[in-house]
Design a protein around this ligand. Sequence first.
Ligand SMILES: *Cc1c(COP(=O)(O)O)cnc(C)c1O
Length: 423
Amino acid sequence: MTRSAVWHPFTQHALEPTMKRIVRTDGAYLFDEQGHAILDAISSWWVITHGHRHPLITDAICKASEIYDQIIFAEYTHEPAEELATSLIAVAPASLGHVFYSDSGSTCVEVALKMAFGFFHNRGTPRFRIVVMEYGYHGDTIGTMSAGERGVFNMAYEPMLFDVDRLPFPAPGREQDTLDAFEAFCQGGQVAALLIEPLVLGAGGMLMYPASLLAELRAIATKHGSLMIADEVMTGWGRTGTLFACEQANIAPDILCTSKGLTGGSLPLAATLCSAEIFDAHLSTDRSRTFFHSSSYTANPIACAAALANLDVWKTEPVATRIQSLVAMHGARLERFKADARFGNVRQAGTIVALDVNVPATGYLSNAGPKLRAFFKERNLLIRPLGNVIYLMTPYCVMANDLDRIYDAIDKAADMIAQGGDL
Ligand SMILES: *Cc1c(COP(=O)(O)O)cnc(C)c1O
């Protein structure tokens, strides 16, 4: 058999079995060539919110594609981008008044970092430090890799990366250490921004911390005139139970990044929302203060139309109720693992649940990861553990019996690992 020319992301092709070809998607399912229905328990890398191919969103894409394709976004504007910006500001935390478009989670965070540096530069009080949280993940471009946790993922690229200040993760009982560390970094007056994933650190292992801590970090940033960048690329669009995770801490960040669920997962699009202060620091008759950033496909009109349709779904369907019932369904099913010696750190933040399988070797390269993944795949469940951490992040349309299948498989998977390991 000839090898495919495709080089897949985060894939060791020497170890990976032949890939399944997906020929169709629908609701919570992917369908392969053999006609198997595969339950997408991780929302195709966290992007699908309501379900695959929601009819309102699919229709909007079809309609928009009849009248638009890409339109240059400097000198010209268009209705989908204008209307989407207004709509995003209406639903986002108060104090965010401007919207800058890009096309992926990584790029909207890069934009946020540049906005923060530009803000202080243009005000004539440059600041050069970025503070992040241990185990954070913000993307795979150079700037976002620099801000993310260092490890096997970025070892080869280390010479390209810049240095940032890292807060210890606020493990239960250690919250004060995190706050003290942030206070200490801010003392020097050099911190431009705190870049943080609110409530849940995703790729770092679905680590969760309380909203009260986020509120306290916000207060420290404000006290020292440092900006807060909320990376809501994963947590946005209902994942943690509220539209944005920041709402639970009752805070407004200075900059908010959104991407994955922005179009309901249908098309790539991202937005960086910022406060009037940040926009105004770039507003000048002096051209050197321009915000120097663009990408070819900025504000693609069809993607903007998909995002508007996503907002329509939120407005016209009982999405919040659906999410609340999903949260409760997970809660009830997680209960059985809480006092189970095979698992540790059983946790939930809204629609996201995670639990650690107790194994001798932990970490992302733990052998448990690929073993678990293969075990689930055999059962037509798309679940990709992060090392020994099993997590679920299903589309909101998933049914109770789908969840039962998932939880039963997790139970059996833990037995497989406990018995030493093979399928
Ligand atoms: C996925 C993710 C990103 C990067 O998004 P891409 O679209 O993959 O570039 C950034 N931040 C967080 C919190 C994410 O989960």
